[in-house]
Design a protein around this ligand. Structure first.
Ligand code: KG4
Ligand code: ZN
Length: 341
């Protein structure tokens, strides 16, 4: 089955073609980073308008590059939620109209299920069940995964998501948008032993996370440096390093706890923050020590992309699931409310 995937939940327009026999055929991404950079974050209305401008030409470009005619498509998968309402509606409308015109089925995909299943786009795939650390700009969850659509959220963030914490740290230190990769690059030049930041909530039982305390600690450290005339590039790098290690260690402690609780020894990391070098390193060390397995998508499939939506939607369409023409987007949508296949 040849499926067109459409991702438009936030600031990236992602289009992909996935064939359930041949695998991924094409994957195109248009990022709005330059558009939002001057505002220091995503402006929802600008995001929606840009998706409207880019969706149709990008679909055509992807089909042309893969030498595939529109009439060869057998299904369409689009991000139905969660995300920015206007941005979601842009992709949803295009997907539903195209499916109607071509008389093929369409399915709305949960954006976080897309992230969670992204490692399945790789040759070396994890087997169910596993624990997934799902960390993006809007979500930080630890999920037990027993199959496609069989998700139990074991831990969630009580306030900021991990990606949000990275983005706010970048903003505080004036490192630009998007924050995660910039903080991470700065951290490379930072000295590990200058600061030790707190590991939030690790002394409390359970798998929930909270990053707002760490955010405040980071801010106070920076303000103190300014006051002491020490607001240098080196201090910024040292803060980034301490912040990144604190996030990586906190997430690793929580994952270890989840593996022990669920008696599993396989972990998957997915979502934009899973691109982070330190987090991958710390979790790999943990899994090495435990003799367990770790999986993560290649970098381009960690952040938002059309391939993960095409893949997740293709599995559901193949199982006979589809949506009717009622195409409401779902900006808030629990991962636990999905239909298993
Ligand atoms: O999954 P994603 O592309 O979009 C959402 O669904 O939110 O994740 C974006 C988030 C942003 O907060 C970004 O700063 C963060 O992922 N991110 C990173 C890195 N690359 C992206 N955070 C830390 N280290 C990175 N290398
Ligand atoms: Zn995402």
């Amino acid at each position: 089955m040849l499926v067109l995937g459409i991702e438009s939940s936030c600031d990236e327009t992602g289009i992909a073609l996935y064939d359930t026999h041949k695998g991924l055929i094409a994957d195109t991404l248009y990022t709005q980073v330059a558009l939002h950079a001057q505002y220091g974050g995503v402006v929802p209305e600008l995001a929606s308008r840009d998706h409207i401008r880019k969706l149709t030409p990008l679909i055509q470009q992807t089909l042309n590059e893969a030498n595939i005619k529109r009439t060869q498509l057998q299904g369409i998968a689009y991000t139905k939620g969660p995300g920015l309402m206007g941005a979601l509606l842009a992709g949803t409308s295009v997907a539903r109209s195209l499916a109607y015109a071509l008389n093929i089925p369409a399915i709305g995909v949960h954006h976080m299920e897309g992230h969670l299943l992204a490692p399945m786009l790789e040759e070396n795939q994890p087997n169910f069940p596993f624990i997934c650390l799902l960390v993006s700009g809007g979500h930080s969850m630890i999920v037990r995964v027993d199959g496609i659509g069989q998700y139990k959220v074991l831990g969630d963030t009580l306030d900021d998501a991990a990606g949000e914490a990275f983005d706010k740290t970048a903003k505080l230190l004036d490192l630009g948008y998007p924050g995660g990769p910039n903080v991470s690059n700065f951290a490379l030049k930072g000295r590990a032993n200058r600061y030790k930041f707190p590991r939030p909530m690790v002394d409390r039982p359970g798998l929930d996370m909270s990053f707002s305390g760490l955010k405040t600690y980071t801010r106070n450290t920076w303000l103190k440096a300014i006051k002491e005339n020490d607001a240098t590039e080196q201090t910024k790098a040292d803060i980034c390093r301490a912040f990144e290690i604190a996030v990586a260690e906190t997430l690793t402690i929580k994952c270890k706890r989840a593996l022990e609780q669920e008696k599993l020894n396989c972990i998957v990391i997915a979502g934009g923050v899973s691109a982070n070098r330190s987090i991958r390193e710390k979790l790999s060390q943990l899994m090495n020590k435990r003799g367990g397995k770790i999986f993560y998508p290649r970098l381009q499939f960690c952040t938002d992309n059309g391939a993960m939506i095409a893949y997740a939607g293709a599995q559901r369409l193949l199982a006979g699931q589809q949506n009717d023409l009622n195409f409401a987007a779902t900006p808030r949508w629990s991962l636990e409310n999905l239909t298993p296949i």
